[in-house]
Design a protein around this ligand. Structure first.
Ligand SMILES: C[S@@+](CC[C@H](N)C(=O)[O-])C[C@H]1O[C@@H](n2cnc3c(N)ncnc32)[C@H](O)[C@@H]1O
Length: 486
């Protein structure tokens, strides 16, 4: 905290940032250095009397530049009086007597740039607040705040101050309401309170660039389905954020690594790993999540073990965190740019398993957003480049077997992977008409028998008992199919 006389002027009526208000002159004393060549040496000797404040250089140009051109003065602490040598240290007094320096009055001029965020915010917000908003989360160029209702009327001012004090930022958003557990299916509403209304951010992690729309990002309590998850670069951070994740990859090696990564990152209960074809996974995961939702049993996250078992404090009762299973996925992520778009046929009729009209009507309110990566061949500046978005939307329409309009699909460039090849990500809400279309089940959508058996076995308790129960069930299914004629 700065000493009082160095604090910025208080202006509690400000609603829009006005930097010109923050001008202040603090009367101090300074040591005029006669010989420029001795500046370094004198600075060291006078150090105990010098003013040490962040953002203020102790050496300033001499205010009398006409007479002392190119010379500097050293600003001294407020306790030092230029006309009273008893207020300085012995060493400084000796320099005065030697005529190496002279003590003069000095007006230190402060402006907006001299103060940090905390000092400015304390000067403009009501002093009756219980807590001053000081922290924000950052993603790329975007700062994300969760302001309390009591400072809501100052949100634009707070946003502008954050922006001006953090040159790496260009957008500040505020979460409009707490997501809590009651609103687990929606992306949280947010408002841009300062800067450009651009919420598409780029984050660099482990030498990779991740680009995503922050406003449409994953939110705690949502369910996410990562259809081609690899070793989990999307699935793991989403689980860390408190999302229920279904993660699948056809490559068994990737899933072995994913399981390892789940352990290392301690996100075990949040992620369901699968090792099947993407199409079968899409259809299975939708039904599996819905069954869990209908069961009414939430996901139970075990409490963390107490930090130190040797602690003398009485243990706090540990209760598991209960997370309700959403009715369906908020997002499907499909990052296999060479062919992921072809997999979206698996969404056709994917919600047909719902038998009652009531269930279907409820589900229609929660259609997932699908994010699919795809390549497009184009020369920069060519006609193909101009048509890229329409072409990508055309591909999406082709595999959905449903005409999508250009404004129904967000298409953004992920990166140019070769001079004539660009990776795009197309994001769109699954149309209700596609989700509930009556279609024959296609061979590619079916879950292979071994995978089906493994899932059933797990659901029936796992281990050899699970296998036994699963085979026993299969036996009765066959008997039932044959009309109980063996
Ligand atoms: C480009 S990598 C992306 C991995 C991960 N999503 C990421 O962002 O790093 C594509 C992944 O798709 C997987 N894959 C390929 N064919 C698949 C299929 N038919 N079903 C599911 N996954 C598949 C590959 O094994 C590979 O891990």
């Amino acid at each position: 905290m700065l000493p009082r006389q160095f604090l910025p002027p208080v202006n509690r009526s400000m609603k829009v940032l006005d930097k010109s208000v923050f001008q202040k002159t603090v009367p101090l004393s300074a040591a005029r250095i006669f010989d420029v060549r001795r500046t370094g040496e004198i600075r060291k000797i006078c150090r105990p009397d010098a003013l040490h404040l962040p953002k203020i250089d102790v050496l300033q140009w001499d205010p009398d530049q006409e007479k002392y051109k190119g010379r500097k003065v050293m600003i001294l602490k407020p306790e030092v009086k230029h006309d009273d040598l008893s207020t300085v240290s012995e060493a400084t007094r000796r320099l005065v007597e030697e005529k190496a320096i002279e003590l003069i009055p000095y007006d230190l001029k402060l402006n907006y740039d001299h103060w940090g965020y905390d000092d400015i915010i304390a000067a403009v917000l009501p002093d009756t607040l219980t807590e001053i908003p000081t922290s924000f989360a950052q993603a790329g160029h975007l700062a994300h705040l969760n302001l309390r209702a009591e400072v809501s009327e100052y949100r634009h001012l707070i946003g502008s101050i954050i922006l001006s004090k953090n040159p790496q930022l260009s957008t500040v958003v505020n979460k409009l309401e707490d997501v809590g557990t009651g609103s687990v299916f929606r992306t949280f509403p947010m408002e841009v309170i300062a800067g450009e209304p651009n919420t598409v951010v780029e984050v660099k992690e482990s030498n990779c660039i991740f680009r995503f729309d922050f406003a449409k990002g994953f939110n705690p309590g949502e369910a996410i389905s990562d259809v081609m998850c690899g070793v989990g670069p999307f699935a793991l951070p989403a689980a860390k954020k408190g999302c229920i994740v279904y993660a699948n990859d056809l490559n068994p090696e990737s899933i072995t690594s994913l399981r390892e990564n789940i352990k290392i990152n301690k996100v075990n209960p949040w992620i369901n790993p699968y090792n099947i074809d993407g199409r079968a996974f899409i259809r299975h995961s939708i039904q599996d999540l819905y069954a869990k939702h209908r069961s009414g049993n939430p996901l139970a996250i075990p409490p963390r073990p107490p930090r130190s078992p040797l602690s003398s404090k009485p243990p706090i009762p540990q209760v598991p965190k209960l997370v309700p299973y959403p009715i369906t996925f908020a997002h499907f992520v499909m990052n296999l740019p060479a062919s992921a778009v072809e997999f979206i046929d698996a969404f056709i009729g994917s919600y047909n398993f719902l038998s009652t009209q009531e269930e279907r009507d409820e589900m229609k309110k929660h259609m997932p957003t699908i994010h699919v990566h795809t390549f497009h061949r184009e020369q920069p500046g060519s006609e193909e480049e101009a048509r890229a978005k329409e072409d990508v939307v055309g591909e999406v329409s082709k595999y959905l077997e449903h005409k999508m309009e250009v404004d129904q699909v967000d298409v953004y460039e992920v990166r140019r992977v070769a001079p004539n090849k660009v990776m795009y990500c197309a994001s769109f809400k699954l149309p209700v008409e596609v989700a509930f279309r009556e279609v024959e089940e296609r061979e590619a959508w079916r879950m292979p028998e071994p995978a089906m058996r493994e899932i059933e076995c797990k659901a029936l308790g796992g281990g050899w008992l699970g296998w036994l129960r699963s085979w026993w069930l299969s036996f009765w299914r066959i008997v039932w199919k044959r009309g109980f004629k063996i």
